[in-house]
Design a protein around this ligand. Sequence first.
Ligand code: EPZ
Length: 416
Amino acid sequence: MDSIHIYGGNFLRGETKVQGSKNAVLPILAASLLVKGTCVIKNCPRIADVYHMQNLLQELGCFVTWAGNTVTVNALHVNDNRMSGESVTRMRSSVMLLGAMLGRLGEVTMAYPGGCVIGSRPIDIHLSALRNMGVEIEEQERLFTAKAKRLQGIELKLPFPSVGATENVVLAAVTAEGTTVLEHAAKEPEIEALCGFLKAAGAEIDGVGSNKLVIHGVKELHEAKYTVPSDRIVAGTYLTAALAAGGSIFLENAPAGQLGALLAVAEEMGGCVTVNEEGVGIDVMHRLKAYPYLKTEVHPGFPTDLQSPLMAALSVAQGKSVIEENIFENRFRIVDDLQRMGAEIEVVKNKAYIDGVETLKGMHVEAEELRGGAALVVAGLAAEGRSIVRNRHFIERGYENICKDLRNLGADINIG
Ligand code: EPZ
């Protein structure tokens, strides 16, 4: 069965290692297309989205091999510039191949990456930025073709600090003619990781970690080795599990420096946070307080990807909390299932009003997307009795082994 079975209501205790970052490794795999040779990428999570990106690279002519969590990509012979509709629409982050393919071959035809349940997820900011770099884009019904004889470095300010659009501009700019100055760039840690990989391959990028990136185009990139950082959203998800179920856990390799917003919320709620060079720990020995008002924002604000997992924890906190979701238009999908588990939540437009209850009760629920699915697992850990979370495949898109990790933390959880 494609499900996860949880017997909740117990404190969590233990420690587990945090996997490599999905949202860092996907653009890095796309970037390996720019290297006419071999790149070695370490600490790659074995998750569905990475396997999907591997298939896309192989469709384009790359050789991709695994050894443990190390992926080797040989992109010497990239010979195809068309990406079939099915493979692109199955994972919207395939849109990152756009900038890399333009940098490598100067042309790419691909389907519009679909929206998903959390939002329509257009790519207008990507396309308008690339047009400014001299890319001709011919849009058809379901496909579009992007062409550029020579990508031109430009000065550009994004209308919104879109993570994906920033990644596509960087991927197109690193081997463009001249210098690109990108203002109002996203500064999520995954952008820093992408720039780290590209600089290891010889790219010249200044301003990494800020919202103004200056990319000096180079003739070509060379072979590189790079280690993917730990996944801040996976670490954050496990921290919300402790906030929801209580207990004392330690997350080895958790990127504390990227979790500031969540750690501040956890402490405000009454959790006792420990940060050291090995990772992040949290002790939750009593029922936590509500968090009066939480807004999701671009980095370094509270990440939208942890909004649903935190909602599960706030459902059993003492008092009233409000969550305002500002990044995606439809990211309260788990409210119905949480209500069925006994949570008291009301949604008005982009705000969720939560009145914390003493306990949730185990229920059969259904994941509809990645982070919502993980949030239902968090809720199951706090709920009395057995919960079954169906559609495990959504969760496996981003969590290498959520059941093993949470069992390491003392949870009674198995795949069903
Ligand atoms: C990345 O998506 C992440 N995915 C998302 O994580 C994350 O939620 C998001 O950034 C925000 O942090 C990957 O890195 C693979 P955006 P992305 O472009 O690049 C709108 C997860 O769970 N927008 O910053 O798609 C868009 O609709 C996933 O791991 C436009 O309107 O995010 C959204 O409302 C979910 N036009 C907002 O901006 C555009 O051209 C943020 O999108 C582009 C975006």
